[in-house]
Ligand binder design. Structure first.
Ligand code: FPP
Length: 224
């Protein structure tokens, strides 16, 4: 969800105002995903690298997460959306952890769109964490080295049980992955748009899906 800072600076506002507007775009995107009958939507909200930002910006981002949990909960339940989180929870402030736990608990029975939010997440740290799970399982005798294959690894990722993404959308005009779901996106289609995240509408989301629908996916094979 890139481009919040630039969106604000272009308007003579503080960067954090871009994040506030960006939270509204999250609502729009969830509506777009439901309209397109998408089953899983992963939002990269805060990376392990985002701690390098000024403390004041981090504090606003964390308080936005908490506020969003409270303002959006009823609508998400109403829309049958289930929300879960990926990332290292150890460094997150207690009020954010409480909000996350509440959101996961209150939406746990919902069977519609699954929203996965990356908070203090990065693909590399997820892989390191997953390798640790594998090692612990091996030391405890739950798995043998000869059984460590792609399935065993996928089953221990933070996204275990969630299918690999079909489509990755990056807003804000940059053409890079920035440590997002590195294992899972091996065969994902990539879609880059210069629209800044706060301006991203459900129509933009639907345009990305329409572009995806025109792609031919071969997964390393050849056309049938
Ligand atoms: C990147 O834009 C955006 C972020 C680091 C924060 C994303 C967070 C939100 C949209 C807030 C709410 C999220 C949820 C799930 C409620 P940037 O600041 O790097 O933009 P720039 O590249 O223009 O500087």
């Amino acid at each position: 969800m890139d481009g919040n800072g630039r969106w604000a600076v272009q308007r003579g506002l503080a960067r954090v105002d871009g994040h506030r507007k960006g939270a509204d775009a999250v609502r729009e995107t969830i509506a777009g995903a439901i309209a397109c009958e998408v089953r899983y939507l992963t939002l990269y909200a805060f990376s392990t690298e985002n701690w390098k930002r000024p403390r004041s910006e981090i504090e606003v981002l964390m308080s936005l997460m908490v506020r969003h949990v409270h303002t959006e909960m009823d609508a998400l339940v109403e829309q049958n959306v289930r929300v879960t989180f990926i990332g290292d929870r150890a460094k997150l402030p207690p009020e954010v952890l409480e909000g996350m736990a509440m959101m996961e608990e209150k939406t746990s029975a919902n069977k519609g769109l699954r929203v996965i939010v990356g908070l203090n997440y990065s693909g590399r740290s997820e892989l390191a964490w997953t390798f640790r799970q594998l090692l612990e399982d091996a030391e405890a005798g739950r798995i043998d080295a000869s059984q460590v294959d792609e399935t065993a690894l996928s089953q221990r990722l933070m996204t275990a049980g969630v299918p690999d993404p079909d489509l990755v959308i990056r807003t804000g005009g940059e053409h890079r992955i920035s440590n997002f779901l590195l294992w899972q996106i091996a065969y994902s289609e990539l879609y880059f748009t210069s629209v800044l995240w706060p301006d991203f509408t459900r129509q933009d989301f639907q345009d990305a899906i329409a572009a995806y629908n025109c792609r031919r996916r071969r997964f390393g094979g050849i056309d049938a």
